[in-house]
Design a protein around this ligand. Structure first.
Ligand code: SF4
Length: 470
């Protein structure tokens, strides 16, 4: 794939994404097409984004062609879990030195690929370009092609050097690598009338394992998971699915739209968080297939699971009822977590709208009501101000916000990709309730909110002085 300015613009202005949708001139969201300036990008770079999208393919090796720092920057920072192969967890890098920058790193890359195949025999190797190797002009395509021919193992170039843009753009560039080199290269052993792909679900903390049994029970087969706990071969066969289900994120929307054009596979966007959303997801998939028997099975599963949930959640609902939450996360989670919290009887007093689409914002407004606060910016000062104003009982946000919660002396729960607990599906709902309960009722908060011994001494000392003065 040639990484031209045109290609980057195309990926940044996906028509299926509401951030761009129907917007022209002044109202068009500039951040969609604006590329990050070197040194000013917040969060991960494009290389980081591509590795987030592809590393969850667990039986593939992921080789970073660049300085060792790029590899260290992203390695193991996301908790995508595997039910089998572990080669995806190995940190492979060509570790370029000054000499390689001067004389080129292609030979070193070829040797690294050969060594990985010899020692680990992965199903495929994804080779990531980085700023350094893109700038010195190493020909990744040629090296990967030569290695594929020689070793008969697919070696796939991923052109997402950090300087081309943000993490989100990198996700899409990862998707482009799959579209160009992987999807459609193999046929599945068999197909069924109810084959679907899950796109944009990375099995963080093993979340997907709470949902897959539901599909199986309903008779819906997940042909390819793109890419949580995926095997390389299943992604190759994704073109035979009847429906693409995009999970909670528009990060890989380019895959969904391209597969619609190329293979005529329609897509829908769903969320696994909260009882209502999980129910809706199952119902929408069944409605897409339009099979009466499937719809009945789905309704039976929903009835059975929600009855079980009512029993399991009862003690937590009791303890969490009326607790006030400030939520700071992105995209669809900014409303899907609201409905999950409301399912538990909690009150969400503020939520972020930072990366939300117009559609997301409308849902947030409906869920939060008139008094709910919609946070456009989430600086620590702003969060502290909102926590103070709303007398919130806890902050639910990404890992980097935990210190803000500590400063405000309120409990914190990590809701983003670094979390260690699965919150998706019906089982995830119980897990989320347990975690919220433990956070809110941890005895540490009594200690934290107490005056420190020296503050007590100071108060006593001042009272004594006042008495003496009288
Ligand atoms: S690819 Fe570039 S921006 Fe990303 S970690 Fe490497 S040097 Fe930094």
């Amino acid at each position: 794939m040639k990484l031209t300015k045109g290609k980057i613009n195309e990926l940044l202005t996906q028509p299926g994404c509401e951030h761009n949708h129907n917007k022209e001139g002044q109202t068009k969201n500039k951040s969609c097409t604006q590329q990050a300036q070197p040194g000013s990008a917040q969060g991960g770079c494009a290389f980081d984004g591509a590795s987030i999208a592809l590393v969850p393919i667990t039986d593939a090796a992921h080789l970073v062609h660049g300085s060792i720092a790029c590899s260290g920057n992203s390695w193991n920072s996301r908790g995508s879990l595997s039910s089998g192969p572990m080669v995806y967890k190995m940190g492979f890098t060509t570790d370029l030195s000054e000499n390689d920058v001067i004389f080129g790193g292609e030979k070193k890359l070829y040797k690294a690929i050969a060594e990985i195949i010899k020692k680990y025999n992965p199903a495929a190797i994804f080779v990531y370009s980085t700023c350094v190797t893109a700038l010195i002009g190493d020909d990744l395509d040629a090296v990967c092609k030569a290695a594929t021919n020689k070793y008969e193992t697919p070696v796939i170039p991923v052109h997402a050097p950090g300087f081309v843009g943000s993490k989100n753009l990198g996700n899409r560039l990862g998707g482009e690598a799959l579209l160009q080199h992987v999807v459609g290269t193999k046929e599945p052993p068999y197909i069924t009338a109810y084959d679907i792909n899950l796109i944009g679900e990375y099995n963080v903390a093993g979340e997907m394992w709470g949902v897959l049994p539901l599909f199986k029970k309903a008779g819906i087969r997940v042909l390819a998971k793109i890419t949580g706990d995926a095997r390389y071969e299943e992604v190759c066969t994704a073109h035979r699915a009847k429906l693409n289900v995009m999970i909670c994120s528009k990060a890989l929307i380019n895959m969904a739209t391209a597969m619609k054009e190329r293979y005529n596979i329609p897509y829908i966007e769903e969320s696994f968080y909260g009882i209502g959303d999980m129910n809706r997801c199952l119902r929408n998939i069944a409605a897409f297939f339009g099979d009466e028997a499937l719809m009945v099975r789905v309704e039976e599963i929903i009835a059975e699971e929600t009855a079980k949930l009512d029993v399991a959640l009862a003690p937590y609902r009791e303890r969490l009822k009326g607790k006030r939450m400030v939520l700071y996360t992105g995209g669809v989670k900014s409303w899907s977590i609201v409905s999950a919290a409301q399912d538990l009887g909690m009150e969400v007093v503020a939520t972020s709208t930072k990366k939300s689409t117009e559609e997301d914002k409308a849902r947030i407004k409906q869920l939060l009501g008139e008094d709910g606060i919609m946070l456009e910016k989430g600086s620590p000062e702003e969060l502290l101000r909102v926590i103070e104003k709303t007398k919130a009982d806890l902050l639910v946000a990404g890992g980097r916000n935990q210190y803000t919660a500590l400063k405000a002396r309120i409990p914190f729960l990590d809701i983003n990709q670094e979390r260690h607990h699965p919150y998706a599906g019906y089982v995830g709902m119980v897990e989320m309730a347990r975690e919220l309960d433990e956070a809110v009722h941890s005895p540490i908060w009594r200690q934290v909110r107490k005056a420190a011994p020296w503050e007590i001494w100071q108060q006593e000392h001042e009272s004594l002085l006042n008495l003496e003065a009288e």
